[in-house]
Write a protein that binds this ligand. Structure first.
Ligand code: C5P
Length: 220
């Protein structure tokens, strides 16, 4: 049985992709399955935490006993997270937030006809960056999915977004990243420590991340 080490801790986890609508039937998104975030929500709940899961559209069932807030776009995810920030001790941002969204959303289905069409994209708000600026006593944990210069890129994000911990995974490696049940990660801490987590199940990695969060909460 998992000891209830996070009893009394309020954790908000974001998970899954966001979808940015082009018109009523089309959207821009990515391959995130939500598995990593759902695993964190589940393991946090097993450790006794009070868990809110803010989730983009995912095909998997949410874990038992967590509050589920369903959102579609990055803008909606931002609203849902910011509205709850005051009542939260730990934020884990496992969601693969779309970096860009269509500049305009057509009110009607875009008709087929032209040989070429252009969809202009504009930048979405960086939710985690904003949380880093607003951060009070919360522990902030981010993810970094990279295909090159894993550690350097993750370190830069850790600093830029004012995080306590970043979980970096090289999504070009087999067994890591999107839509699989396993992951390979490096945990980078604000104090410069780096921990390697070789190929393991997402549930196990979630447990390791929560153990580290518990230590950060004790130290802070
Ligand atoms: O996209 P990027 O590599 O910067 O993502 C790093 C972290 O920032 C992830 O934890 C992701 O959930 C978060 N993020 C966010 N809002 C964005 C982009 C990323 O919260 N618009």
């Amino acid at each position: 049985l998992t000891p209830k080490k996070l009893a009394g801790t309020r954790i908000l986890v974001t998970a899954g992709p966001t979808q940015e609508e082009i018109d009523p039937v089309r959207f821009v998104s990515n391959h995130s399955s939500g598995k990593m975030g759902y695993a964190i929500a589940r393991q946090a709940r097993l450790r006794g935490a009070q868990v809110t899961l803010v989730t983009g559209p995912c095909a998997i069932a949410p874990p038992y006993g967590v509050e589920v807030v369903r959102v579609q776009s990055a803008a909606a995810m931002r609203e849902a997270v910011l509205a709850r920030l005051d009542q939260i001790d730990v934020v884990v941002k496992a969601a693969a937030v779309a970096d860009y969204r269509p500049k305009v959303r057509a009110g009607q289905k875009v008709k087929k006809g032209a040989e070429e069409i252009v969809i202009e994209l504009e930048k979405n708000p960086d939710i985690l960056g904003e949380l880093g600026r607003l951060k009070g006593k919360q522990v902030l944990v981010g993810f970094a999915a990279e295909t090159d210069d894993l550690v350097a890129n993750a370190k830069a994000k850790l600093t830029r977004k004012n995080l306590d911990l970043i979980v970096a995974n090289d999504v070009s490696q087999e067994g890591a990243g999107f839509n699989v049940d396993t992951n390979i990660a490096k945990l980078l801490f604000a104090d410069g420590r780096l921990e390697d987590v070789p190929l393991t199940g997402k549930q196990e990695l979630a447990g390791i991340i929560l153990d580290r969060i518990e230590q950060l909460r004790k130290a802070g």
